[in-house]
Design a protein. Structure first.
Length: 210
């Protein structure tokens, strides 16, 4: 059987690793730092499902502070790393994808060290590569560098993410995109961006790539 794709690239946060709760707690800290006032649950709730870039905009973080924001998020995640779980059902999906011989990689703004720690903890440390890079100013360029570095053909590659910027990055690089409905952005926002595929459950990823 001819495979639809040869290479499957996953975003990490919001697709494999459930960092949502910890990111929300970090955002609360940023809210209080930049707004100089105590956050209440209603203020924070409106950020859920919007994605990190939208959160930055709504917090009115100055553009000069964004590198600081990114560095602090990574640092905070290290401190909370043992609280982070993987999403239910994703383990089996990844095991099956690896078993079927696809090239398997991760593209993330999270640090390689954080990702490897979580993967090892969950017996998932079998990815062909993990590519980490800052994506606050556009994930498309980072994805382009990944494709070039690992000599991946665009038409043979599928990128799986949970945010609008993941879909946009795939389109910029003329590769297929698959959006998942259990991550940072809401289903209606993702579908409006018109990914090539959309799934609500991890096991449905296998149906797409079959």
């Amino acid at each position: 059987m001819v495979k639809k794709f040869k290479n499957i690239i996953f975003d990490f946060d919001g697709v494999i690793g459930n960092t949502i709760e910890e990111i929300v707690n970090i955002v609360i800290g940023f809210y209080e730092e930049f707004r100089h006032q105590k956050a209440n649950p209603k203020d924070i709730q409106k950020f859920i499902g919007k994605g990190i870039m939208q959160v930055i905009k709504e917090l009115k973080v100055p553009i000069t502070k964004i590198p600081y924001f990114e560095k602090k998020v990574r640092k905070e995640l290290v401190l909370r790393i043992d609280n982070i779980k993987i999403f239910d059902g994703i383990n089996e999906v990844l095991q099956q994808i690896k078993k079927e011989g696809y090239g398997l990689g991760i593209l993330s703004s999270n640090s390689t060290e954080n990702i490897r720690h979580i993967l090892k903890k969950n017996n998932l440390d079998f990815f062909d590569f993990i590519y980490s890079g800052s994506s606050f100013f556009g994930k498309g360029k980072i994805l382009a560098k990944l494709l070039k570095r690992y000599h991946l053909e665009a038409k043979q590659t599928l990128y799986i993410g949970d945010e609008l910027r993941d879909i946009q990055a795939a389109k910029e690089n003329k590769i297929s995109s698959l959006a998942v409905g259990w991550g940072y952005n809401k289903e209606n926002l993702l579908k409006a961006e018109k990914p090539d595929y959309f799934v609500k459950k991890p096991k449905d990823i296998l149906k797409i790539i079959a």
